[in-house]
Design a protein around this ligand. Structure first.
Ligand code: PHE
Length: 489
């Protein structure tokens, strides 16, 4: 509590019983209110609010009070600059003419009188001292932006039942010492302030990626998909690459692109039979393929990596499906994958992949395109384009583009394809089973949705926790995105 101000108030009340208006103390309202509230809490005073409208000078008004009105400055400028009007010309020229202070002689301004009285300045002095001019003058000054009306809050104060000049110490806790010494009997206890606002409890909050992930999961469940287990961040090269018919010399397997694990050194191999079939198709082909024709290395297959795509999981799930006796299936997963990337505003060494696979008899590329359209439409993204591309494990393969009306261009939103027979048949899947697969990043739609353009603001130590706490739940706009696409919302 500001002791000085409280003492002033108490002293004044001692002598006068009332303070009719605390404005007389010319003190800041907030400090005054704090001092009064604290004294009132001890019942030393009682106070009430007063609210008055007062006229005060605007910044411009204050300037005119100090340096003269614009018209007076124009008048002075004419004298000093031999005919020009100076910087106040715009505001003061009219009045200076109207007052008959200056005239124009050809292109030169001249004084018409020798001396002037700056009435505006005089009026401003009056307003400041509370001497309010007539309403027409007021309105005129207001129009010239010299004065403004503002509210002044002040207080009326009188003595309270516990009034005294001395502010007694108040106990906030009933302590063991107070009880033992008996001092509690005469102690002055502070009242509970039941109206005080409590501290806002901090709750957990979902990260934007988790919110967008929840939306994707919902869409997958709506469309009859089952979620795949994604708890293995470390995979063998066999499941991450070989089983997908990615040749062992493929550039994606470079250390520049993939993180290898040094310990443990080796993964277990899958069943001998399946390993043989995979090695065979790499080396010599089969299923109408000529293979890659290089010696397959089991050592290479046993190396461990941080999975570079969730397609490693889809592959293991398809293999399991084949082992258990094939039935049509729809699987999805959304989790982290790792790539040894150069880090920049849109790339980290890890990101989340949204992946789906559909396995059924005699699926066609048309089915895949149709499905993609329905899937993205559920996110509010319509108007897709497909562009042929290459993946070692799908044929045909298509990049998926959607038109982003904000960026005014087609942006790539996913990769897809039909898994190759060289990948599916060694698993033992029936020959007429076709499998669609597609993948996209979770980060991209999340960044677009939340208007974040640097990935470091979304993940990592630079993330603003307040942004995480306060950002809104996300909903893909499933009805209105027809032309626009919710990805850009
Ligand atoms: N694995 C691919 C990627 O990382 C996505 C994909 C999955 C493509 C399944 C085709 C089939 O981009």
């Amino acid at each position: 509590m500001s002791g000085q101000l409280s003492t002033t108030i108490l002293q004044y009340l001692q002598d006068h019983d009332f303070i009719t208006d605390t404005a007389q103390f010319a003190h800041e309202t907030a400090a005054m209110q704090a001092a009064l509230a604290s004294l009132a809490a001890r019942n030393m005073i009682v106070y009430s609010h007063l609210e008055k409208e007062i006229w005060s000078l605007t910044r411009e008004g204050g300037e005119c009070l100090e340096s003269g009105s614009h018209e007076a400055r124009v008048f002075n400028a004419v004298e000093q600059s031999l005919g020009g009007l100076g910087p106040s010309a715009k505001f003061g020229q009219g009045a200076a003419f109207k007052n008959g202070w200056i005239q124009k002689d050809g292109s030169v301004f001249k004084k018409k009188v020798d001396a002037i009285t700056d009435k505006t300045q005089v009026l401003l002095t009056q307003v400041l001292s509370g001497d309010i001019p007539d309403s027409k003058t007021l309105a005129d000054m207001k129009k010239r932006n010299l004065i403004e009306k503002s509210k002044q809050i002040s207080f009326r104060v009188e003595k309270g039942p516990e009034f005294s000049l001395e502010i007694k110490r108040q106990e906030t806790d009933l302590t063991a010492e107070l009880l033992q010494s008996g001092a509690w009997k005469s102690a002055n206890f502070k009242k509970y302030n039941l109206a005080a606002e409590g501290a806002i409890p901090q709750g957990g909050a979902l990260h934007p990626l988790n919110k967008v992930r929840a939306e994707f999961r919902q869409i997958f469940f709506e469309m009859g998909f089952q979620e795949m287990p994604t708890n293995k961040f470390v995979e063998s090269c066999f499941w991450n690459f070989d089983a997908l018919f990615v040749p062992q010399q493929h550039p994606a397997r470079d250390m520049q692109d993939t993180f290898y694990i040094s310990s443990p050194e080796k993964a277990l191999l899958p069943s001998q039979d399946y390993l043989q079939k995979v090695a065979q198709v790499h080396e010599f082909g089969g299923y109408k393929s000529i293979g890659y024709r290089y010696p397959f290395s089991n050592e290479e297959a046993q190396k461990l990596v941080l999975r570079t795509h969730t397609t490693a999981i889809s592959t293991a799930m398809l293999y399991k499906l084949a082992q258990e006796g094939f039935k049509p299936a729809k699987y999805f997963s959304i989790d982290r994958v790792f790539r040894n990337e150069t880090l920049d505003a849109t790339h980290l060494a890890e990101f989340h992949q949204v992946e789906g696979v559909i396995a059924d008899y005699n699926l066609t590329l048309g089915d895949l395109i149709g499905f993609m359209q329905r899937f993205f439409e559920k996110m509010g993204v319509t108007n897709l384009r497909f562009k042929p591309t290459y993946n070692p494990y799908t044929e045909p393969s298509m990049e998926i583009y959607s038109y982003h009306s904000g960026l005014k261009k087609w942006v790539e939103i996913g990769n897809s394809g039909m898994f190759r027979p060289e990948m599916l048949e060694p698993m033992g899947l029936p020959k007429d089973v076709r499998v669609h697969g597609w993948g996209l990043s979770l980060e991209r739609p999340t960044m677009i949705k939340y208007g974040i353009d640097n990935i470091r603001e979304l993940l990592g130590h630079k993330v603003d926790l307040e942004m995480i706490q306060k950002n809104e739940a996300v909903r893909f706009d499933k009805t209105m995105g027809r032309e626009k696409g919710a990805m850009e919302a």
